[in-house]
Write a protein that binds this ligand. Sequence first.
Ligand SMILES: C[S@@+](CC[C@H](N)C(=O)[O-])C[C@H]1O[C@@H](n2cnc3c(N)ncnc32)[C@H](O)[C@@H]1O
Length: 208
Amino acid sequence: MIKKNSLVDGIGNKKITENYYDNWSGYYEKTLNRWNYQAPKKCVNILAQKIKLKPERILDLACGTGFFGEEMIKRFSSVKIDGSDISIKSLNLARKKNIYRKLIKKSFESNHNSKNYYDIVSMIGSMTYCKKHDRLFELVFSYLTHNGYFIFTQRIDLWNKFKLYTVLENFSEKFKIIYKSKPINYLPNNKDFSKKIKIYIVLLKKFK
Ligand SMILES: C[S@@+](CC[C@H](N)C(=O)[O-])C[C@H]1O[C@@H](n2cnc3c(N)ncnc32)[C@H](O)[C@@H]1O
């Protein structure tokens, strides 16, 4: 049985997180819908408003069961989306949706070896699990085409704890902040998150 409040406090190391999401995968979407998880849809709305290119190739890091891919395809029907995650069972569910071109089991802290290839990299609802922000931002920078975009969400409590603003400042010659949302609800119908834990949605653009 999964202790849901451990989501707020953190799950554990990578292996424990992998098992947790494997065990949860079969009812993850039902649960998240019940909690009124809107981040994937909101991120797609922001991309539709803010980006200055027609996206062709997207890498969806920590794609899970494919919520974001589904929303992307609805809005940008011709886009090719690749995804990665450490939970093989979540990836298998994403595969069944037939919207991802390629899905691989890989940590977002490992190199996806896709230099200057993607117009957009996304990481939705998953920055919580990042332990090495500098490495992640460096890797994402390498995957993006010139003027490509990185969209992610981060819980505000963890944004402060991990001093994300300082990390972004350190990358200010590589990424420009195009958009940072006001604090928005994350899982409003989950009693541990409700109105207490909010997120930012952040859109960065890679400098040439
Ligand atoms: C809250 S879910 C979000 C999934 C999906 N992006 C969504 O919006 O529904 C968090 C995801 O992060 C994945 N994850 C956790 N740590 C990871 C890591 N180090 N590398 C890749 N994926 C990871 C989990 O397996 C899980 O699928």
